[in-house]
Design a protein around this ligand. Structure first.
Ligand SMILES: C[S@@+](CC[C@H](N)C(=O)[O-])C[C@H]1O[C@@H](n2cnc3c(N)ncnc32)[C@H](O)[C@@H]1O
Length: 300
């Protein structure tokens, strides 16, 4: 699993920049355009929230656990609907920002939650968290299936029979290459190079192999209700994020400047400079080494 330190690197480093660019409770996961790119990013994110809430039957009074809640976009949406949400994240900056916005959020590993922590829930979500559940080392040790199976066992304990769980996650796609070929020394623009940059941006994280690996590991506890690919929608989402990240804001540009000394001295940050020039995830989606799936499950 990506450690807390890895996730502080990925999310807390950009905390203020993200909130100034995308909004104080902005989504940091693929939006749902359903191919209609005339929608704004905000409309497409709201469409995603509506889809999740409807798929899970979330209404006034529903108790909902949002695993990997980020800056709290889905918790904010369901709060407006009168549901009772609780979130966890491994980024302390995200948790602090959520609490400032009146959300019930703690720094906690969602994979370890049991009913003894917060009781049980009517619905559970994990919107872009599974990407971080298995590290490269765990993948190399052949532990990926075991990690996902254990995760689903724990989620099932938090729900009644018939209770629903929504997740969306990046997965490796049909053109994925062997891990050994991935390298920052590979030709720029190649899948091997784009995947190496992706690893630099998200240390400690290795993706599931297709939605099939996810569904297979969920099967003892959950049946699949619906599935859709969000790959093209994610390409659009990333394009919109990049416009917002570039948009001028004095404080934000000062924050970019404050990262420079770290970029000069730390290798991981130097690799990230390339991420500002090219979005590795977007290239991976375009090259179909990566795909993205939205999955609705029901506990059996
Ligand atoms: C891509 S962000 C998505 C955030 C949010 N769900 C959204 O849609 O904007 C991934 C989130 O998962 C969280 N995360 C990853 N692994 C986690 C774990 N084991 N326990 C708790 N949170 C985790 C990160 O801290 C981050 O908040």
């Amino acid at each position: 699993m990506a450690s807390q330190q890895d996730l502080e690197f990925t999310y807390s480093t950009i905390d203020q920049i993200f909130r100034l660019s995308v909004g104080p409770t902005g989504d940091y996961s693929g939006a749902m355009y359903n191919g209609n790119f005339a929608l704004t990013l905000e409309q497409a994110q709201r469409q995603k929230h509506r889809f999740i809430a409807e798929s899970l039957g979330i209404t006034k009074g529903s108790r909902v656990l949002d695993m990997g809640c980020g800056w709290g976009p889905f918790l904010t949406y369901i709060k407006e609907k009168g549901a009772i949400g609780r979130g966890v994240t491994l980024s302390s900056a995200q948790a602090a920002a959520c609490r400032e916005n009146g959300l019930e959020v703690e720094v906690k590993d969602c994979r370890q939650i049991t009913p003894a922590d917060y009781g049980t829930f009517d619905a559970v979500t994990c919107i872009g968290g599974m990407e971080h559940f298995c590290s490269i080392e765990e993948y190399r040790a052949g532990r990926q299936d075991e990690i996902y199976a254990e995760f689903f066992r724990k989620v099932a304990d938090l729900l009644p029979v018939g209770g629903r769980y929504y997740m969306q996650t990046m997965v490796f796609g049909k053109n994925m290459i062997p891990l050994e070929e991935i390298s920052l020394k590979a030709p720029k623009g190649s899948p091997a190079y784009a995947l190496a940059l992706m690893i630099a941006q998200f240390p400690g994280s290795w993706l599931p192999y297709g939605y099939e690996q996810v569904v297979r590991n969920a099967k003892p506890y959950f049946k699949l209700i619906s599935k859709s690919s969000g790959r093209l929608d994610y390409i659009e989402t990333i394009g919109q994020w990049r416009k917002r990240f570039r948009a001028f804001h004095l404080k934000k540009y000062a924050l970019y400047a404050s990262l420079l000394p770290r970029i000069m001295t730390k290798k991981e940050f130097r690799d990230l400079v390339a991420v500002f020039r090219v979005s590795p995830n977007r290239v991976c989606f375009q090259q179909e080494t990566m795909d993205h799936f939205r999955l609705v499950f029901e506990k059996v």
